[in-house]
Write a protein that binds this ligand. Sequence first.
Ligand code: HEC
Ligand code: HEC
Ligand code: HEC
Ligand code: HEC
Length: 372
Amino acid sequence: MQVVVHRTGWLVPVIFVLGALGLGASYGVAARSNPHIATTPTSFVQVSSAIAPMSIAAFGPRTDLAKVQGADACGECHTREMEAWKRSTHFATWKTMHREPRAREIASALEIKGGIKRNDLCVNCHYTARVVDEKPKPVSGVSCESCHGAAADWINVHNDYGAGKTKETETPEHRAMRLKACDASGMLRPANVYLVARNCYSCHSVPNEKLVNIGGHKAGSAFELVSWSQGEVRHNYQYSSDQKNRTASLERKRVLYVVGAMTDLEYALRGMSKITERGAYRDAMRNRKNSAVKRIDEILSRVSLPEIQSLMSSLERDDKGRVKINRSLLNELPNQLAALSEQFVNTHDGSNLGPLDAIIPGPEKYHGTAQP
Ligand code: HEC
Ligand code: HEC
Ligand code: HEC
Ligand code: HEC
């Protein structure tokens, strides 16, 4: 167990529970008879407990390091996805970030010794780590399992169509059971757009006031889900018969866009709940909140989404249309948004959201270049 306490007494609650190791070994099998398989994750709370059974990093994705297999384990089958990843910033950062003078400046402002790869706080968001020789160790840039979940419990489940069966002959019952088993064992599947979005935001918003105000770190990225996921990050090979890395369909992009805006607001509010002082952190989180609200307002002016509409109209506004925030709202609203995002994903395939196409960022806005 490793707990890092900063000199000034703020606790960096990064707790790697290494006891998990002993259990990890039998998990690939255990997932099949896991009683949780029958429960579909529906609420924020249920989902997060399914994802984070043993070790919870307060910053970055909730990855159980004892269950991380490493990108090479995925590359055995997913060769195209692997190639795409190897051309991304998430991959390249392993060789570049620790050499950045800014990384040293941030670390030294926070009196962190030993560099970005040696500090748990930084590692959570900058690298994928796993347990090596019983110790958590960063092993690459941001790789497969930082986005799809630590895989020990699902790697042998997610591609198992049943004895003697193939993708084509798998029974619908088996498929439903398989996907539920994957969800219950912490796999973040692309179908669960909200879980995917939330996971991006767990790194791309930075809910740590000291890191921002004292360290001078950015309070997050100007992150919009369509433009950030459809460029260099994109790897859509399985869904087309000709194995071309196409962008998500129009319908899926609409869903990504709405969920992205909702999650942006959710994470701005989660960040705001940690404000204790004036400064860059407070300003950035408030700005994120205001711009997310604008984006949601614009969505609601184009398409009818009654549940989201009713939440947004219940909020008090100032004369510039900015949502006024108080403590109790900060406690409730993020969870309400999370529940609405999940509900939205479960009830919309995007086909009736055409009026959003005019505002969804096009290819010229995509971050980085996707590989063919
Ligand atoms: C032994 C081969 C194999 C390995 C190893 C493997 N996969 Fe897969 N993966 C597959 C197959 C086959 C599918 C298609 C499953 C289906 O038809 O639903 C798949 C599907 C997926 C999907 C899409 C799921 C969905 O519902 O759309 C993701 C994401 C994924 N794999 C991630 C990973 C990651 C991450 C790793 C490494 C930790 C990994 N896979 C390792 C064979 C493999
Ligand atoms: C909550 C997640 C998170 C944590 C914790 C975190 N970072 Fe970052 N960091 C990011 C993200 C996301 C970016 C990319 C921001 C962007 O879009 O430009 C980034 C960018 C950076 C950059 C390049 C941008 C710049 O400011 O010049 C440096 C350097 C950096 N981080 C260092 C660190 C160090 C050192 C630590 C630990 C003390 C740390 N980070 C902790 C998420 C995080
Ligand atoms: C484990 C933390 C983590 C997760 C999860 C994560 N990112 Fe990142 N991402 C980073 C960091 C850190 C950087 C900055 C790396 C650098 O500058 O070297 C980055 C950089 C990027 C970049 C390149 C920078 C740019 O401005 O174009 C894109 C695009 C991106 N992320 C998209 C995504 C998307 C989309 C998701 C979710 C599907 C996601 N990221 C999930 C940590 C993460
Ligand atoms: C930055 C986060 C991120 C990383 C890193 C990442 N993925 Fe994904 N992956 C996604 C997202 C988001 C989607 C859904 C994309 C969409 O719908 O546009 C996806 C889709 C997939 C799919 C289904 C689509 C397809 O290509 O068949 C597979 C399989 C997959 N990922 C495997 C992997 C593997 C293997 C790696 C590592 C080599 C990896 N992913 C790394 C975010 C990520």
